[in-house]
Structure formats: C-alpha cells, structure tokens
Ligand binder design. Structure first.
Ligand SMILES: [Zn+2]
Length: 210
C-alpha cells in the first residue's frame, strides 16, 4: 500500500470512529429509539470494528498489515529473501535492516534495554535467499537437526527476525521483556533467534522458521 492508501485508510477509520461515537451518544440520549435503523452500529459492532482496525495495523500506527500466512502485505510480492533494501528499514544506527515495524520495535527494545543497563547486539537480520542457501549448506536444515530454515521459508527472508548477541544478563532481559515489543524466541534450539510477531497471542507457537 502506498502512503496515499495509508492516509486514506486512516482518514476512513477516523471518520467511521467519529460516526460511531456520534451514534453511540445519540443512542444514550434516546434509549427508546429503535437501533435497527440502517447504519446504526451496536456497541458490539464498534468493539469488533476497533479490534479489526487494530489488528490491521500490527506493530505500527502506519497501517502495515500481515496476510493470513503472517507475511507483511507490503513485502509479499517481492518474495522471501528477494526484498530490496529500500523496502526495509534500518534498525537504530546499526547496519541491520528489517520489515519497518520490526525495525522500529527492535530499535525501541534495544534503547530501553540500554537504559536498563543491558546491551543487545545484532548478528543477523534480513537475509537474502542466496544467503539462506549458503547458511543451509553450512549449518544444515533445521528439519534435519541443523540450524537453518529451508530457503524461501525463513523469517529472516521477510525481515521478520533478528539474531541477537546476548550475554546471560541480556538473554534474561529479552526473555522477560521481548514479548512486549513483539519479539519471541521462535526457534527453540536457538536462544539468539527472535522473531517479530506483532499482536501475537500465541507466544508459545513454534514456527521453525529460523
Ligand atoms: Zn535466526
């Protein structure tokens, strides 16, 4: 979605929320009035609309969305590991790039950790398809006891995971706080691999996409 599309969606959400608030106020003042009038939203409709609006903007207020496979809709057309650098966002002042909401969340997590006296480093972030092929050759496929996802399926290939350089203190901090930034240790055998799962309610789900 282009920036015009994002702005249009935000304007649409704002206008609908204002309309619903107006309707809700009207209902409160006129409880006896029928609520079957077309266009009048019930409280439940409002709640579900709000929840839809929020879930359509995971990890960001800028309208980024994930498709049903959990892949960023603004990146899916490129393909896993085929994303141009210009479509990704830099993490803080590092040389690493991720999907924009993931980059922003990780930047925030790293600076909050720093304020708590904890240093989080990054060893790997977005990874190209060719780099994943090379990694799989060197480290073996995860499904076969190795440490690499099948090329074309890695969270790294969508800019949705970072490998973090963590000492014991930092690992404990990220385990305690990562979820509140949307980061989960999605590879059970790799304490360094943190996938970005915005709005995730299934923190325990294992994706094996390291
Ligand atoms: Zn990883």
């Amino acid at each position: 979605m282009g920036i015009e599309g994002v702005n249009a969606r935000i304007a649409n959400i704002q206008s609908r929320i204002i309309a619903m608030q107006t309707q809700a106020a009207g209902r409160t003042a006129q409880q006896s009035q029928s609520s079957t009038t077309a266009g009048v939203a019930s409280g439940d409709d409002f709640a579900s609309y709000l929840s839809d609006a929020v879930s359509q903007a995971p990890g960001s207020s800028r309208g980024y969305t994930l498709n049903s496979n959990g892949i960023p809709t603004d990146l899916e057309a490129y393909g896993n590991g085929q994303i141009p650098a210009s479509a990704l966002e830099q993490v803080g002042n590092t040389r690493h790039k991720l999907w924009a909401p993931a980059a922003e969340a990780l930047t925030r997590m790293m600076s909050d950790a720093q304020r708590a006296g904890v240093h989080i480093g990054i060893t790997d972030s977005y990874r190209t398809y060719d780099e994943q092929v090379d990694l799989a050759r060197r480290k073996g496929l995860y499904s076969q006891g190795g440490l690499a996802a099948k090329p074309g399926t890695s969270e790294h290939g969508w800019g949705m995971a970072a490998d973090l350089d963590l000492d014991a203190k930092a690992l404990a901090w990220v385990r305690a706080n990562g979820a509140s930034y949307g980061f989960y240790n999605t590879a059970p055998r790799e304490s360094w691999h943190w996938g970005f799962k915005p709005g995730s309610s299934d923190a325990g789900q294992q994706f094996a996409m390291q």
